[in-house]
Design a protein around this ligand. Structure first.
Ligand code: ADP
Ligand code: MG
Length: 449
C-alpha cells in the first residue's frame, strides 16, 4: 500500500511555459495578520515609535489631551473584513436611513453564487463567464486540484466549468490551464482540423477568489468506466488508439501534457460517444523542439502520477513529447491487465523508477502477453526517441492500426458502458464490484531537491 501522503498535493507549478516552473513556498499567513502588501499589521516601524514618543512629548509640552484623542480613535467603527463569499450583511432596520449604494457589478455577481459548507457551488448558482451566464446544475468530477461542474446557459446549452479557489500562497494551476486552452483555441482557429480530441474553450473569469473557466462538456473519465465495467480486448485497444490520438493532438498544438493517465481522458457525448478526449491541462508545458537548447534538469524532484509518470520524471528531468508516450504505454498496459504493472504496489519512488527502467529493457512477458503483439515494437520505438526529438507518430499509428486489423476490431461496436448493467465488473462471487483505485494513481508535484 502507498503511504497516505502519496495522495497529497505538495504544490503547483506556476507557469505554462517551459519547465522554468517553480513551486513558490507557502507563506505562513495567519489570517488577519497580513495586509495586502504582505507586511504584518501588528509590526510598528521604528519611525512610528519615534513619532509617537515625539507627539507625546509635544502634547505634554502644550498640555494637549493625547489620551482623549486616542480614545476617539478607538471609538472609530472597526472596518469589517468579509470574505467575498461570506453572507451579505443583514438588511438595515426600517428606521435607519438607507445610505447604501447600488452594489458594484462584482458584488452583484457574488450574490448570485451559492455554496455548501465545503465551499462547493450549489445547483442554481449563477456565474457570468465572459458573456455567457451559466447556471450550475451539478458537480461532475473532482480531481486532485479542481472541481468540475455541469452548467447550462439560458438556451440550455450545456458546458463543463472547472473552478479553483485562488490563494496567494499557492500558485494557480488554472492560470496555466486557461493559458493553454486559449493558445489551443487560437491554434485550432488557424488549423480547423487539429485538436479534435481536445476540448473547446469558452472563456474564463473570477469572482473574488473563485476562478473558473468554461469548456466543452464530455462524459465520464476512462478511469471511472474501467473501474465499473469489465472491458474486452477490443475496447482496451480502441481506448489505447483514442488516447494516443489525444496526445498527438496536444503535441501538435504545442504542449506536453505531463500527467497522461486514464483519469485524464473522458468519453465524448452523443454522436461523439466513441471518441475519447484528453482533459486536464493543468500541468502542460511547451513542447521542446529539436532546435531548442537542451534543458538542464527540471526544477521539480517529481511531477506527475507515480503509477504512470515517465522515467524522466523519476530522474527529476524536464519532460518532453516522448514522456507523454511513455505514460501512455503504462496506461495501455493497465487497460489490458489492470493493476498488473510491476510497480503498482511499490511505494518507493526510486524503486518505481528502477522497475520502469527494467520494463523498457525487458518488458514482462506477463504484461506483453495481454497486449497486442505490436506493443513490443511500440515500446522499443518510444524507448529510442531522443529528448527533443519529434516522435514518429505515424509509425506508432501504423502499428496500432495493424493491431486493430489483425484483431478485426469493429470501431462502430458499442462500448461496454453503452450496454448497461450486464457489462458491469463482477468479483469471484458474481457480485458487482468496482476496481479499487491505487493511491499511486494521484497526481503529485514535489520539490524535494
Ligand atoms: N469537460 C469535462 N466534462 C465532463 N467532465 C469533466 C470535464 N473535465 C473534467 N471532468 C471530470 O472531472 C475530473 C477532474 O477534472 P480534472 O481537470 O482532471 O481536474 P484536476 O486538475 O483536479 O485533476 C475528471 O477526471 C473528469 O472526470
Ligand atoms: Mg486530473
Amino acid at each position: 500500500m502507498m503511504p497516505d501522503n502519496n495522495r497529497k498535493r505538495v504544490g503547483t507549478p506556476d507557469s505554462a511555459n517551459a519547465d522554468s516552473n517553480k513551486l513558490t513556498p507557502v507563506k505562513k499567513c495567519a489570517p488577519g495578520n497580513y495586509n495586502a502588501k504582505g507586511k504584518t499589521k501588528n509590526c510598528v516601524s521604528k519611525e512610528k515609535i519615534k513619532q509617537s514618543a515625539k507627539n507625546k512629548a509635544e502634547s505634554s509640552k502644550h498640555n494637549l489631551p493625547v489620551e482623549k484623542n486616542k480614545k476617539k480613535k478607538l471609538k472609530k467603527k472597526p472596518k469589517i473584513k468579509r470574505s467575498p463569499f461570506s453572507p451579505p450583511p443583514l438588511s438595515p432596520s426600517p428606521n435607519t436611513p438607507n445610505t447604501s449604494k447600488a452594489p458594484r457589478p462584482d458584488e452583484a455577481e457574488k450574490e448570485k453564487l451559492r455554496f455548501d459548507a465545503e465551499k462547493k457551488l450549489l445547483s442554481g448558482a449563477k456565474i457570468l463567464v465572459k458573456n455567457i451566464e451559466v447556471t450550475v446544475v451539478k458537480l461532475l468530477g473532482q480531481g486532485g486540484f479542481g472541481l468540475v461542474y455541469l452548467v447550462q446557459d439560458s438556451k440550455e446549452n450545456r458546458y463543463a466549468m472547472k473552478t479553483e479557489y485562488f490563494c496567494e500562497s499557492i500558485p494557480s494551476r488554472m492560470k496555466m490551464e486557461v493559458k493553454a486552452y486559449d493558445k489551443i483555441a487560437n491554434f485550432r482557429k488557424a488549423h480547423p482540423k487539429s485538436g479534435m480530441r481536445l476540448l473547446g474553450f469558452y472563456g474564463s473569469g473570477a469572482i473574488g477568489n473563485l476562478k473558473f473557466f468554461l469548456m466543452s462538456l464530455v462524459g465520464p473519465s476512462v478511469d471511472s468506466l474501467i473501474a465499473k465495467y469489465e472491458i474486452s480486448f477490443a475496447t482496451a485497444l480502441r481506448l489505447c488508439i483514442e488516447m494516443f490520438v489525444g496526445i498527438v493532438d496536444l503535441h501538435e498544438c504545442g504542449f506536453v501534457h505531463r500527467d497522461i493517465k486514464p483519469e485524464n481522458y473522458a468519453i465524448g457525448l452523443n454522436a461523439d460517444r466513441r471518441r475519447v478526449y484528453l482533459v486536464d491541462l493543468g500541468m502542460v508545458v511547451r513542447v521542446l523542439e529539436e532546435s531548442d537548447p537542451m534543458p538542464s534538469s527540471s526544477k521539480y524532484d517529481f511531477i506527475g502520477t507515480p503509477l504512470y509518470a515517465p522515467r524522466t520524471s523519476h530522474l527529476g528531468n524536464v519532460q518532453t513529447r516522448k514522456d507523454d508516450l511513455e505514460s501512455w504505454i503504462y496506461s495501455c498496459a493497465d487497460l489490458f491487465s489492470p493493476n498488473k504493472l510491476p510497480w503498482a504496489h511499490e511505494c518507493d519512488r526510486q524503486k518505481v523508477g528502477d522497475l520502469k527502467e527494467q520494463f523498457f529493457k525487458n518488458p514482462s512477458a506477463d504484461i506483453l502477453s495481454q497486449m497486442p503483439a505490436q506493443f513490443e515494437d511500440i515500446i522499443r520505438n518510444v524507448n529510442m526517441i531522443g529528448m527533443t526529438q519529434k516522435p514518429d507518430y505515424k509509425a506508432i499509428r501504423d502499428l496500432l492500426e495493424s493491431a486493430a486489423t489483425m484483431d478485426e476490431i469493429d470501431f462502430d461496436e458499442p462500448f461496454e458502458w453503452e450496454l448497461g448493467e450486464q457489462a458491469k465488473r463482477k468479483d469471484d462471487s458474481g457480485e458487482k464490484k468496482k476496481r479499487k483505485k491505487n493511491r499511486s494513481e494521484n497526481t503529485q508535484v514535489t520539490v524535494d531537491k
